[in-house]
Ligand binder design. Structure first.
Ligand code: NAD
Length: 516
């Protein structure tokens, strides 16, 4: 471990979170076990090996599923507000471990310490939210068309929820799903990204404390640190009632088809290609801050990262020049050092994709206003640090239509708002979108049915990030799923319509007569 990182107290963090040099990757709540191959987790911050995890093998898989099936039979009988109480305790534990978990997220994934802590705060927030919802899992009561009949809807738990997550939100997405799945009476099995296995072990360690303190049976919340093979098994397994998948559109497309093939349920949270429209009536200062944070935050590795700026021709040059100046001031380096703005990409494969995208863009005609570069030398030994760059493009370029998970920002010029909205919508993805304007007409048009086609549409806020209280997700190739707030809990339950006849006759619906 480098001296610099020692200064940031990583060793102590790992110890506090129960991470050893060698860990096992499967837990159903009790002792860890694992029969798969060894996974080594290297930090993109300094390239050092953090720790090893023995992954879940095929022989562990059935054990996990069978334990979860058994646990579900018990867990669904606990009243929802009591399940909420367990989620409340998870939130309390997360408060206790926030500093350590946030630091581990930063060190293993590479996002800034502030963003790592923010991610843990999201976990705490979803726990608080879910506690409230645990007392509000209500359905409608309807008037029956038949006399002496009562009709109503109720929601029941689904069973086992399989959670497959991406590397870029290595802890929050698990908690969004688990907190809601739990209050709804489901049990969960988590297959985290193989790029951030230690974050998953740390979360399960925290979870195991909650399970133990409440004397809960094993199988309510399990983890399987493993590669895509175990992920695929979860996807194909009829015993998994709901697969909540967060990841790329490429993998999501396969997941979607496989789950649908067996008539399972899925929540798909896939790639984005998010744009901010900067209007002639925008507050330019605000727009620059929103655009820069959206494009370079998490080194462009958020599903909601700003990838395209659609700028009115009258302010185009001003925005371009100010962005170039702002990019010149960015400090790129160790994300645990709070004076840096931009940390590393997750690994060298991601760096290669960044370079490929730049090359492809240039071939298609992109004009770089701020050039990209892979950084070398002191502090950049991991080989994962790149310079955020800006290019002037046409929206129709193939590379612009594609989500590159790196800090590459595309500038596109427009003249009418209708044209800007058409450009914004003219990509396969539909996650997050924004307009910067002080003009009410423009704002309302953007939010109307003739406006943005995305799951998230903001006014005078960038595209990046979201609050826990709203439903989160996107349309088109982003998958159509919704997670976290609002009435998203309904995705984790099955709806049942009940009709009770309290008369001595049996009238049929629609006035049908069937006399014997
Ligand atoms: P990825 O698709 O490579 O991997 C995601 C997960 O899928 C990993 O756990 C991986 O092991 C698993 N997986 C791979 N192949 C599988 C298969 N055949 N069956 C089942 N599971 C399989 O994605 P990534 O690189 O980890 O994450 C980046 C992507 O995730 C980006 O596209 C980003 O936009 C997206 N993302 C979306 C959201 C959202 O809410 N919309 C949030 C975070 C990330």
């Amino acid at each position: 471990m480098s001296k610099k990182v020692k200064d940031f107290g990583i060793e102590k963090t790992l110890k506090n979170l129960g991470i050893k040099d060698e860990n096992k990757g499967t837990s159903t709540g009790g002792k860890y076990f694992a029969s798969g191959k060894i996974l080594e987790s290297y930090s993109p911050v300094d390239g050092n090996l953090i720790a090893k995890v023995k992954t879940s093998g095929i022989s562990d898989y059935d054990k996990v599923i069978e334990t979860a099936e058994k646990a579900f039979k018990e867990f669904r009988l606990i009243p929802a507000p009591k399940r909420g109480e367990i989620v409340r305790q998870l939130g309390q534990k997360l408060r206790q471990y926030k500093d350590d978990l946030g630091k581990l997220v930063s060190y293993e994934m590479g996002k800034s310490l502030q963003e790592g802590l923010g991610e843990v705060q999201e976990m705490i927030d979803i726990c608080d939210f879910a506690v409230g919802v645990s007392r509000q899992l209500h359905g409608y009561t309807m008037h029956s068309e038949r006399p002496g009949h009562r009709m109503y809807e109720q929601y029941h738990p689904l069973g086992i929820v399989g959670i497959i997550t991406a590397f870029n939100f290595p802890v929050a997405v698990w908690s969004w799903n688990t907190a809601l799945a739990w209050i709804c009476g489901n049990v969960t099995i988590w297959k985290p990204s193989e790029k951030t296995p230690l974050c998953a072990v740390a979360c399960q360690n925290i979870m195991n404390e909650v399970l133990k303190e409440n004397n809960l049976p094993e199988g309510i919340s399990s983890v399987m640190v493993a590669d895509h093979e175990i992920g695929q098994r979860l996807v194909d397994d009829k015993r998994i009632a709901l697969v909540s998948f967060t990841g790329s559109t490429r993998v999501g497309r396969m997941v979607s088809t496989s789950v649908a093939q067996r008539f399972g349920k899925s929540i798909l949270e896939l790639g984005g290609n998010n744009a901010i429209i900067i209007s002639k009536d925008a507050d330019i200062d605000m727009s620059i801050i929103g655009a820069v944070f959206g494009a370079v935050g998490t080194a462009g590795q958020r599903c909601t990262s700003t990838r395209r700026l659609i700028i009115h021709e009258s302010v185009y040059d001003e925005v371009k020049n100010r962005l170039a100046k702002a990019y010149g001031q960015l400090k790129i380096g160790n994300p645990l050092d709070e004076s840096n703005h931009v940390g590393p990409l997750i690994d060298t494969d991601a760096v290669n994709m960044y370079q490929e995208a730049i090359k492809k863009g240039k071939k298609e005609g992109a004009k770089f206003v701020v050039e990209g570069e892979v950084l070398k030398g002191k502090g950049y030994e991991s080989g994962c640090y790149v310079k955020p760059c800006i290019a002037e493009v046409q929206n129709s370029y193939e590379i612009v239509q594609h989500e590159t998970f790196a800090p590459i920002l595309y500038l596109i010029k427009y003249s009418t708002l209708e044209e800007a909205v058409a450009i914004q919508n003219d990509v396969p993805q539909g996650l997050s979108s924004a307009i910067m304007t002080q003009n009410l007409r423009e704002a309302e048009l953007f939010l109307s049915h003739a406006g943005s086609d995305c799951g998230i549409a903001n006014v005078n806020i960038g595209t990046s990030g979201a609050e826990i209280g709203g439903a989160f997700g996107g349309e088109k190739e982003t998958g159509g799923g919704r997670e976290s707030g609002s009435d998203v809990w309904k995705y984790y339950m099955r709806r049942q319509t009940n009709t009770i006849n309290y008369t001595a006759s049996l009238p049929l619906a629609q006035g049908i007569k069937f006399d014997l």
